[in-house]
Write a protein that binds this ligand. Structure first.
Ligand SMILES: Nc1nc2c(ncn2[C@@H]2O[C@H](COP(=O)(O)OP(=O)(O)OP(=O)(O)O)[C@@H](O)[C@H]2O)c(=O)[nH]1
Length: 451
């Protein structure tokens, strides 16, 4: 996952401050040294790191922080705010033309994912009820035109092409004219990518820009290339004047340097991020959410602390073994249920998971405590043998259990079905992970998640 190393290191650095009732200037300095190293190691531009750490340190040793009731938390808040600021603060949206069509020029080096991103962006715009048209302006890479046509078909948007014999400037101009005729309100022009930035390439892009007067010039760069991506962005911005950057391959294990430095170095905002190869994997970039994700806030740390306090590690291991060997019974099921409940109201736990905060309170996600109580009652009405060997639960036993637990036979059936499904899933899961490389995940696992 992207940012994994950075996340871990930043969280470790800040964790030390977290629970402290009193934080000294020396504590902050020590934490900032680690933050600095973490950022450098993530390939963040060194000037950006220096400015960032200076700002955080200055704010964090201020009286209002150190004298506050929760100084450790306050420092983390400052880091979060500054990370957000670093990545551009507010979300930066596309500018649409007052009088359509909006013209968007897509530029970038070969292999960054430009053509794919053009298709993804068309899909996103279509979802927003716009009518995009794609223009195939990359006449140099033999497969690029065909690739765009295929993407257009998949997304269901028209693709304008004039083959590879016309000049890209003319293709762009004709494309915009065609979009007007057909009532398309956004034109996405795919331009040629080269292996390196060269004067001929820039000259051609400038000519296209003069010709079609785009409202947006988006540079697509590969996040995996770290500071190279930042340098490319700096160059393109100087030569062409970009309106935004799209960072692709953020689903890979990029260390995060590009995402954190682009805005600070070039002053060009990241507008979208690519999170996978599929067409639905382009997302608007939210600096604040990204910062919280990097810091693992929202508040996973608390969640883990709570879980660790509630879960008996020895028992968790035993459960894992049972899952692996298919000996999981209703007794274990009940045991887990109780361990999860010990952590607190499930609804509240949900709010601590990043991204889940805003889902809190949504009806179908609310965890029904009554339902849980019913499950417990059903399992408690089973005989020891039934709990161990659910396969003997025939119709008359199910009736007896329903009666004993004050529930209905349907409730009992549903639970047994869920239990069977869960076992099946575990089986598939263990088969899937068996022999495969296991990834270490900070040492904590919910007992009901087989490794
Ligand atoms: N994992 C992942 N792969 C991506 C992402 N975006 C693009 N790719 C992949 O990157 C590769 C290159 O993408 P293309 O769109 O063909 O490259 P390009 O930059 O358009 O190349 P030119 O048209 O020659 O400039 C493809 O295999 C894409 O599937 C992303 O966000 N995540």
């Amino acid at each position: 996952m992207a940012f994994e190393g950075l996340s871990e290191r930043l969280q470790a650095a800040l964790q030390k401050l977290r629970g402290k009732g009193k934080v000294t200037e020396a504590d902050v300095k020590a934490a900032m040294r680690e933050v600095r190293l973490a950022l450098l190691e993530a390939d963040v531009n060194f000037k950006v790191v220096k400015e960032f750490v200076d700002r955080v340190r200055e704010r964090a040793v201020g009286q209002e922080v150190l004298k506050s009731l929760t100084p450790g938390q306050q420092v983390i808040k400052v880091v979060n705010e500054e990370l957000t600021r670093l990545m551009g603060g507010e979300q930066s949206k596309l500018t649409f033309a007052q009088r359509p069509p909006t013209v968007i020029m897509m530029v970038g080096l070969q292999g960054a994912g430009k053509t794919t991103t053009t298709g993804k962006l068309a899909r996103l715009l279509k979802k927003q009820n716009r009518k995009p048209m794609l223009v195939a302006g990359d006449v140099y890479r033999p497969a690029a035109i065909r690739q765009l046509q295929v993407l257009g078909e998949q997304v269901g948007v028209p693709v304008f092409s004039m083959g590879d014999k016309e000049s890209p400037v003319r293709i762009a101009a004709e494309g915009v004219a065609r979009a007007k005729e057909e009532g398309c309100d956004v034109v996405l022009i795919d331009t040629a990518g080269r292996l390196h930035i060269d004067e001929a390439m820039m000259e051609e892009l400038r000519k296209i820009r003069e010709e079609v007067q785009p409202h947006e010039i988006l540079l697509v760069v590969d996040a995996m290339t770290g500071q190279d991506a930042v340098n490319v962005a700096e160059n393109f911005h100087r030569e062409l004047g970009l309106t935004g950057v799209v960072l692709t391959k953020l689903d890979g294990d990029t260390r995060g340097g590009a995402a954190l430095s682009v805005k600070a170095v070039t002053d060009c905002p990241i507008k979208f991020v690519g999170m996978g190869e599929k067409l639905d994997s382009l997302e608007p970039f939210h600096p604040e959410r990204m910062a919280s994700r990097i810091l693992g806030m929202g508040d996973v740390l608390t969640l883990i602390e709570k879980a660790q306090a509630a879960v008996d590690q020895e028992r968790a291991k035993e459960l894992e073994r049972k899952m692996r060997t298919q000996q999981f019974t209703f007794d274990d099921f009940l045991d887990q249920l109780q361990q999860v409940r010990k952590m607190g109201p499930l609804d509240e736990l949900l709010g601590m998971i990043p991204g889940m905060g805003q889902l809190k309170g949504m009806k179908n996600l609310q965890i029904d405590e009554k339902q849980l109580a019913r499950v417990e009652a059903i399992i408690r009405s089973m005989t020891p043998e039934e709990k161990q060997r659910p396969e003997i639960l025939n119709a008359s036993r199910r009736r007896r259990i329903a009666l004993g637990s004050g529930t209905s036979v349907q409730d009992v059936n549903r639970l047994i079905k869920q239990f069977e499904d869960m076992k099946k899933m575990m089986k598939q899961f263990t088969a899937m992970t068996k022999g495969g490389k296991k990834k270490k995940r900070g040492g904590f696992r919910f007992p009901f998640m087989p490794q």
